[in-house]
Design a protein around this ligand. Structure first.
Ligand SMILES: [Zn+2]
Length: 279
């Protein structure tokens, strides 16, 4: 029974990824620039290295921090006497909000943008883009993740649950799945969706500087960074300054953070979106 429960989370994530990839073929939201197979294989290769970094650096460092916080009763959640469900809801919301802040930092801090730009340099946004993170970005995020866990006081099992829920959310909103516009509008009230996140992957800085949330759209609403007014056909996916339709190869993508490139620098500039532009 315990074994079955251990596999439930990974099985749900794998089923969601396969379901989204099949759905993208049936109902694509945006036209593809690249042949799908080479695009997906490249993203899976980048993801495999990221997966190793998650397993051997992030989890190895952050899980003991969560265990220590629980043992010493550090962090906000351990100061409050809340029932289990309220701990989970508040902890999940605060982890989501601090991930929103981290995402902004990955765009605004030059050293972080160099790595996060590898994720954005994908010319076709799809469920596999959700896994396309440079392993260096994973390693650089570890101190932030440890701080999140210490300040909020999430327990190891709560951390695992939040990580899985976040992975499901990012698979969904990176996918190239065309949802019924009315259904998607209703979803936007609560969570990040494919159309909204497509705007964040635009090459235009004023569009890229919006829709930062990885989970709840509440944070973008609070900070007036939610943008809903850009139709998908008007979006060119990529990074500011990127020209043409030639996607970086696997080697180029992995080497990207280590070479000076004027186009990478441009990604951090541009006015943030204001929700006054919402419709
Ligand atoms: Zn981003």
């Amino acid at each position: 029974m315990k074994d079955a429960r251990r596999w439930l989370g990974p099985a749900l994530i794998a089923a969601t990824a396969v379901g989204l990839m099949l759905g993208e073929r049936q109902r694509p939201l945006r036209g593809a620039k690249e042949p799908r197979n080479s695009h997906d294989i490249r993203n899976f290769a980048i993801a495999a290295l990221a997966g190793l970094a998650v397993r051997f650096v992030e989890q190895a460092a952050v899980a003991p921090v969560a265990a220590l916080a629980a043992r010493k009763r550090w962090g906000l959640l351990n100061r409050l006497r809340l029932p289990g469900w309220a701990r989970l809801a508040l902890g999940g919301a605060l982890m989501d909000y601090t991930l929103y802040l981290w995402h902004i930092l990955t765009h605004k801090v030059p050293a972080l943008w160099r790595f996060h730009a590898v994720h954005h340099a994908d010319l076709d946004l799809s469920a596999t883009t959700a896994l396309r993170f440079h392993f260096g970005e994973i390693v650089l995020s570890v101190p932030w993740r440890a701080l999140q866990v210490l300040a909020i006081g999430v327990a190891p099992h709560e951390l695992k649950l939040w990580q899985r829920a976040t992975l499901l959310s990012i698979l969904f909103h990176h996918s190239n799945l065309r949802l019924d516009p009315r259904a998607e509008r209703a979803l936007m009230g609560l969570v990040m969706t494919p159309r909204l996140h497509g705007i964040h992957h635009s090459r235009r800085p004023c569009e890229m500087n919006s829709n930062w949330s990885s989970g709840l759209t509440l944070w973008d609403r609070l900070h007036r960074t939610l943008r809903t007014d850009v139709p998908q056909r008007a979006i060119t996916i990529g990074i500011p300054g990127q020209r043409g339709d030639r996607a970086p190869t696997l080697g180029q993508a992995l080497a990207m953070p280590f070479f000076a490139d004027a186009s990478l620098e441009q990604g951090r500039h541009g006015r943030p979106a204001r929700s006054g532009q919402n419709r």
